[in-house]
Design a protein around this ligand. Structure first.
Ligand code: DCP
Ligand code: MG
Length: 365
């Protein structure tokens, strides 16, 4: 009998940026397990191993059918011996495998209580992390992201009319939940965006909408950050890591609508150990990332901040290895022609890279 060759596996492209990766796919049991292993490797500072697991998971996400046997994996790219062995072990005793891997991963994390008990010196960011730990563990829903979008839009337009605001990250890719909400802000008149972030955060602070914020200034210089510089995944936009104070919507806080925010934060309960934010309050903490981009870099920033992280990494790998170009969230540099390629849209960037345009909803690699 002829060996069963899976046509979908044969056609699988090896770079994630050449493939369409939907949010809903057929192999989530396997990809969840592989991603737990990837996270664990990341926590152990083993980036190579982590990326290998993520690539393997990503290939399975793009497969148009469920993996039923090891045979199905044979002709797939990025599924090295190690990932294959892991999958084999996991599929053998699957429930145990996943749960054990999960526990293994979780044990490596310090709980906020551990931090308090051991009397760790915490910086401002870590204090916020402990204080709002439970809220920040809870996924942010699309509905919450939409409410925050309205707030951010109001703040930005109050301090700079005509500015443009775009929802980025997982929510732009169509995700229903995320770990934070990401925004990209620009103004069609180049230069108007300079110094914008402190104005936005001041406005938000005055409205009592910010629990924490840390702004880093823009440090991008084309001459220095261009081809001469070693590739760096961090971009250099003006950026604000923040925690928003999001009021519960009218329907979802009926049960405790009599307690005001003031009662909770300055009332009789201040001696609660290290005042972790209460579960029953009528507001929650949400992580929000704000990024300001000059208009001329907006297309690159848009592509760079849409994700997924693996899709971004693979785009840069494709650019470098297949096209001798260097892609960042700021620019695309062509090493053969020795010039920067300008773009106004994501479509133009895909075209420069010789890739079929993949819409955000299919960049869930
Ligand atoms: N990003 C980047 N440089 C950084 C941080 C992020 O280029 N220093 C990009 C890659 C991510 C996107 O921005 O895809 C958003 O980052 P998140 O960590 O918020 O990732 P997601 O939004 O994709 O996931 P989640 O739904 O968990 O928030
Ligand atoms: Mg995000």
């Amino acid at each position: 009998p002829k060996p069963n060759i899976d046509p979908a596996a044969m056609l699988m492209k090896s770079y994630a940026c050449q493939r369409r990766t939907p949010l809903k796919h057929h192999n989530s049991i396997l990809t969840d397990a592989l991603e737990i292993l990837a996270q664990n490797a990341e926590y152990n500072d083993n980036e190579g191993r982590s990326v290998a697991f993520r690539r393997a998971a990503s290939v399975l996400k793009a497969l148009p059918h469920r993996v039923k046997s090891m045979e199905d994996l044979r002709s797939l790219p990025c599924l090295g011996d190690h990932s294959q062995r892991v999958i084999k072990a996991l599929t053998g005793i699957f429930g145990v495998g996943v749960r054990t891997a999960d526990r293994w991963f979780r044990e490596g994390l310090r709980s906020p209580d551990d931090l308090i008990r051991t009397g760790q010196q915490l910086n401002r960011a870590q204090q916020a992390g402990v204080q709002y730990y439970n809220d920040l563990q809870k996924p942010v829903t699309k509905a919450e992201a939409d409410v925050i979008s309205d707030i951010v839009e109001k703040a930005v337009h109050a301090v700079l009319p005509g500015a443009e605001i775009q929802l980025m990250g997982g929510f732009r890719r169509g995700k229903e939940v995320g770990h934070d909400v990401d925004f990209l802000i620009t103004h069609p008149e180049e230069g108007k965006e300079e110094g914008l972030m402190p104005k936005i955060t001041n406005w938000l602070e005055e409205q009592g909408l910010l629990l924490y914020q840390k702004t880093t200034r823009n440090s991008y210089l084309e001459k220095m950050d261009g081809p001469a510089r070693a590739p760096n995944n961090m971009d250099r936009f003006e950026r604000c890591f923040s925690i928003f104070k999001l009021q519960a919507s009218a329907e979802s806080c009926k049960s405790n609508s009599t307690t005001s925010v003031q009662d909770i934060s300055t009332g009789s309960e201040t001696e609660r150990p290290r005042d972790q934010h209460s579960e029953e309050s009528d507001w929650r903490a949400v992580r929000v990332d704000l990024v300001v981009s000059p208009y001329s870099q907006f297309a690159f920033a848009t592509l760079g901040w849409t994700g997924s992280k693996l899709f971004e990494r693979e785009l840069r790998r494709w650019a470098g290895q297949e096209k001798h170009m260097s892609l960042s969230s700021h620019a695309l540099y062509d090493s053969k022609q020795n010039l920067y390629l300008r773009a106004k849209t994501e479509e133009e960037i895909f075209a420069y890279l010789g890739l079929e345009f993949i819409p955000p909803s299919e960049r869930n690699a």
